[in-house]
Design a protein around this ligand. Structure first.
Ligand code: GLP
Length: 250
């Protein structure tokens, strides 16, 4: 695992965008696994900026997103499809038909999950999977205790995740209780993984995930078992890792 420490959120975002753009440039028809949440927004903004300058093209890129709330339409402002349109897809030359997000309104959620697993296989697998991490160490919506062997599945969100995501909704009651999410198995099958973390409130969990034992209690810890992972964090998020003596690149 490579760990890069950036001074602040902006520098971290730029570094993450650099890694993504290197993938896009070296393999223009890459399959990118994409993430939502506050952390990757800066990286998406940087990619948009480089696209607008003419330095990058997404014309042949395909994307699969990690997860979606169950019950939200793609037009709901808090749906992850909407997030992706607003933060990235609407501003670059990606073909709409090449962007894939789970359908939160699927009548048969299990069938939607099975079809998504098949879609990932049909696309030839994920070349680079971008991840954020929840405060409890969740990746996508794989919550503590979830089986590492799962593929895309229906998830019941934990109280902590509902609390954390309430800031995006009018009230806690409006936060969906269920989601569709790629499983750890899908994520671990990606050829490369890039995980971005920011902020002091994640420092403890970052340390547990990357310097502690691999355990279902901290889903992100499974990434220690992947052969090609890059962790990019700001100084605050990596502070406890550094204190624990884990070597990082500047
Ligand atoms: C949500 C998403 C995750 C994301 C996490 C952290 O729960 N399902 O994919 O990593 O939030 O979000 P943030 O980056 O805002 O802390």
């Amino acid at each position: 695992m490579r760990i890069y420490l950036s001074e602040d959120y902006k520098a971290m975002s730029r570094r993450a965008a650099n890694i993504i753009s290197a993938q896009v440039i070296t393999k223009p028809d890459s399959v990118l696994g994409l993430a939502t949440g506050g952390t990757p927004v800066g990286a998406y903004q940087q990619l948009v900026e480089w696209y607008k300058k003419g330095d990058l093209s997404f014309a042949e890129i395909k994307t699969v997103n990690l997860d979606e709330y169950l019950g939200l339409s793609p037009h709901h402002e808090q749906s992850y499809r909407y997030f992706m349109q607003v933060n990235l897809f609407d501003h670059i030359d990606i073909k709409p038909e090449n962007t894939h997000v789970l359908n939160g309104l699927a009548k048969d959620p299990q069938a939607e999950c099975a079809a998504y697993n098949q879609l990932i296989r049909d696309l030839g697998g994920i070349d680079l999977q971008l991840l954020g991490m929840g405060h409890n160490g969740h990746i996508a919506f794989n919550e503590p205790g979830d089986d590492f062997g799962l593929e895309t599945h229906v998830v019941t969100l934990t109280d902590r995740t509902i609390d954390a995501n309430t800031r995006f909704f009018e009230s806690r009651d409006e936060v969906p209780r269920h989601a569709l999410s790629m499983g750890i198995k899908n994520i671990m099958q990606a050829r490369r993984i890039l995980i971005v973390v920011s902020g002091e409130e994640k420092a403890e969990t970052v340390c547990k995930a990357f310097a502690g034992p691999v355990t279902k209690d901290v889903p992100a810890s499974v990434l220690q078992l992947h052969p090609d992972v890059t962790l990019v964090g700001d100084r605050a998020a990596l502070s406890k890792l550094v204190e624990a003596g884990v070597p990082v690149c500047g």
